[in-house]
Ligand binder design. Structure first.
Ligand code: ATP
Ligand code: MG
Length: 254
């Protein structure tokens, strides 16, 4: 795996929610223009890990984080880091589609406007490009001024991806982005992933192991806060090195 360029590297990462030791000595690299999947049973720390990558856990009272998360070699937990800029570089899409209660256009333009873009034709271009990037443009180009809440769940999730793309991130974090969607919307998002990785570094949490095998270059198996095994996806699923990984992927527990 060391032939790839490292985008994010975490070393000896520990996270505590009060006394709950939720991440234990996590050492892992995410590679540029690759998709990395995180799998494992409920409560094992997948979302927690994902959120440490753009400092979303900082906002939770009582959280203690030790260790290092490097983005392009720079520690994102350095006190000089501006978290707003960090989250512009590292975007996130959540399990439940969460469009803002405003028009489709305004949802996508929201981030760019916050970052100071006011020019209408520039915003128009960003909105179109982002919606195209999220494979939603054709379905919504005639109703951009209509409420985003009128979209189907699958469309709303692609809108959330477009909203994340609009600020030109480098990394896209996705926490079970298709678990609330029907199989067709799921396939659309999976197809989209392949295109996204040409431009971005993608990390995705999924409970769907077929999904991981379909889309991810590398997969990490989490168990009670630890990364038990991290390998190229085909290797992890066909020749796991750890018996706990094997038990999980063959459905013996979890
Ligand atoms: N905001 C929080 N405050 C306190 N404890 C939390 C918080 N978020 C998560 N935890 C705890 O941290 C541990 C890991 O949770 P996390 O949400 O990362 O698991 P997960 O692997 O994403 O699970 P799931 O597959 O169910 O989404 C669990 O014990 C959980 O209860
Ligand atoms: Mg989770």
């Amino acid at each position: 795996m060391n032939t790839n360029t490292i985008k994010i590297s975490t070393s000896q990462l520990n996270l505590y929610y009060g006394t709950n030791h939720a991440l234990k000595d996590v050492n892992m690299e995410l590679y540029t223009n690759k998709i990395t999947a995180f799998i494992g049973p409920s409560g094992c720390g997948k979302s927690t890990y994902l959120k440490t990558l753009n400092r979303m856990n900082d906002l939770i009272p009582g959280v203690k984080i030790e260790g290092e998360v490097l983005l392009d070699g720079e520690n994102i937990y350095d006190s000089r880091v501006d978290t707003t800029l960090l989250r512009k570089k590292i975007g996130m899409v959540f399990q439940q589609p969460n469009p803002f209660p405003m028009s489709i256009y305004d949802n996508v333009a929201y981030g760019p406007r916050i970052h100071g873009i006011k020019n209408k034709s520039e915003l128009d271009d960003i909105v179109e490009k982002s919606l195209k990037g999220a494979a939603l443009w054709e379905e919504v180009s005639g109703r951009l001024k209509k409420s985003a809440l009128g979209l189907s769940g699958g469309q709303q999730q692609r809108l959330c991806i477009a909203r994340a793309l609009a600020v030109e991130p480098e990394v896209l974090l996705m926490d079970e982005p298709t678990s609330a969607l029907d199989p067709i919307s799921t396939l659309k998002i999976e197809d989209l992933m392949d295109e996204l990785k040409e431009k971005y570094t993608v990390a995705i949490v999924t409970h769907n192991m077929q999904q991981a095998t379909r889309i991810a270059d590398h997969t990490a198996f989490f168990l009670v806060g630890e990364v038990v095994e991290y390998a190229p996806t085909t290797e992890l699923f066909t020749a796991p090195k750890d018996s706990r990984t094997e038990d999980y992927i063959t459905g013996r527990f979890g």
